[in-house]
Design a protein around this ligand. Structure first.
Ligand SMILES: Cc1ncc(COP(=O)(O)O)c(C=O)c1O
Length: 469
């Protein structure tokens, strides 16, 4: 979408000026800045549908929805107009002891969409804040419920739950945690669902599920159930490369363990909510009922920042029973009126265009297109769900041998990443764990875009395979 603001920017700074200013002033997130002076960053200036264009005029298929966010794609004037209208009417008011119509309407709308008794909605600005809020609510709920000793949190190895200190403590990626240690104590990690490289070698299917669930229960018992507040899981774990549960029974068994020990189950759906897996919420794809769902990103399709924690009635009870009790937590911009109005309009479009059904219908096509890449020698595994998939790259398909650590960097950052961009595809070449290529296109992508994505990927991975031989 290009507007008057973009035109002005184009007049002021041509592509080279922007590159120069970015190199000197912009501190990019999770980005190695040392090499910035030699690089020609894509500076994305406009978009339409599933494609974006940079200031050099290069066009890309956005195979990552920005950052798992742009569910409806680019150029939705309707959402921009709703934002302008709300900003003109009442641009800001907090949710601290007041309310405003868009927040109330959005809370009611989300409660209506959410599974089971998730009828209470706490609005934030981002995914990290949603996770942070759920963590604090879990602790305060137990305290208010007469169990103040329950403060520990269990999450899975290699998982990503955000960057604020609480969310980071839940995150299971050692390299993201280390620079900020010591982190708060009481954050425990259990094996993740990777079935390609299982934490319990030799196990698969139901045996793997049972071993994974037993590891959660053992952790709870080892710590003492009376000290454990919650388990945080993503329906389909992003980091590690789209790790689905090993079997359909995994979440029912996890829910049973949590119930047996009075531990809350939090479904972190910052990526998986709002249609990503072909269901409105990720937990619905796998048929489980969490006590809280943390969301952000796709709630507005990125047209304005917003997060939401969907909370079960049960967790509200102690706060309703005690006239002096309140959840001692708030965020100035949490539930910003402009963002709430955009979220409502976003959900209107979801309904009008049948976006979730569209993903559910085309997810098999997407799977088939990616499965078809298995003949490329470095494609070791293809896994995911809905519009959220990963290819794990291996040195040897038969033995699943990994690339050496010093081979991964030139492969992903030297070869695959830049070549994808050159051929016009934005995807994630991720080296946080075993090397994976990840895709999460806008939910409005149809067969043509999915084929374009798979076609470029084939070309790049075939070239990479040939280079490595
Ligand atoms: C599962 C999950 N939780 C939390 C977050 C943090 O969200 P944010 O970057 O909006 O703070 C992310 C971000 O990608 C995420 O994937």
């Amino acid at each position: 979408m290009s507007g008057p603001g973009d035109d002005r920017a184009d007049e002021r700074h041509d592509h080279d000026d922007l590159q120069d200013l970015a190199r000197r002033h912009l501190w990019m997130h999770f980005t190695r800045m040392a090499r910035a002076p030699e690089l020609d960053w894509p500076v994305i200036a406009s978009g339409d549908g599933c494609h974006v264009t940079d200031t050099a005029g290069r066009r890309y298929l956005d195979g990552l929805s920005g950052l798992f966010t742009s569910q409806l794609g680019y150029g939705r004037r309707e959402l921009a107009e709703v934002a302008a209208e709300q900003a003109g009417r009442m641009h800001y008011f907090p949710l601290w002891s007041h309310a405003h119509p868009p927040a109330i309407e959005l809370a009611a709308r989300l409660a209506g969409l959410a599974p089971g008794d998730l009828n209470r909605v706490f609005l934030t600005v981002s995914g990290s804040e949603s996770v942070e809020s759920a963590l604090k609510l879990a602790r305060q709920f137990h305290r208010a419920n007469g169990e103040p000793g329950r403060y520990k949190v269990i999450s899975r190895v290699g998982s990503y739950h955000g960057t604020t200190m609480g969310a980071l403590a839940i995150t299971g990626l050692a390299q993201f945690r280390e620079p900020f240690e010591p982190l708060p104590s009481g954050f425990l990690k259990v094996p993740n669902c990777n079935a390609f490289r299982p934490a319990f070698p030799g196990l698969s299917g139901e045996d793997l599920t049972d071993a994974l669930i037993a590891s959660v229960e053992q952790q709870i018992l080892a710590e003492g159930a009376h000290t454990v507040a919650a388990v945080f899981v993503e329906p389909l774990q992003n980091a590690g490369g789209c790790l689905p549960p090993p079997t359909d029974t995994y979440y029912a068994k996890l829910r049973a363990v949590c119930d047996r020990h009075g531990v809350l189950l939090v479904s972190d759906e910052v990526i998986c909510a709002y249609g990503r897996l072909g269901t409105m919420f990720g937990c619905e794809r796998y048929g489980y009922q969490p006590d809280m769902i943390t969301t952000a990103k796709g709630l507005t399709s990125g047209y304005s920042p917003l997060g939401a924690v969907l909370v079960s009635d049960r967790l509200m009870e102690p706060f309703l029973a005690d006239p002096r009790a309140s959840f001692t937590h708030g965020i100035t911009f949490g539930g910003h009126p402009v963002s709430c109005a955009v979220a409502l309009a976003n959900l209107d479009i979801f309904e009008r265009e049948g976006v979730v059904d569209h993903v559910d219908r085309h997810r098999h096509t997407f799977r088939a297109l990616l499965e078809d890449l298995r003949d490329i020698p470095i494609v070791g595994d293809v896994r995911g769900e809905g519009y959220f998939w990963a290819l794990e790259l291996v040195k040897d398909q038969d033995t699943r041998a990994r690339f050496d650590r010093d081979e991964v960097e030139p492969l992903l950052r030297g070869l695959v990443g830049p070549r994808l961009l050159e051929l016009g595809l934005i995807a994630r070449a991720d080296d946080r764990g075993d090397p994976v290529l990840q895709f999460a296109p806008p939910l409005v992508a149809g067969p043509a875009e999915l084929e374009e994505l798979a076609g470029i990927t084939r070309k790049v991975l075939e070239e990479a395979s040939a280079t490595l031989r």
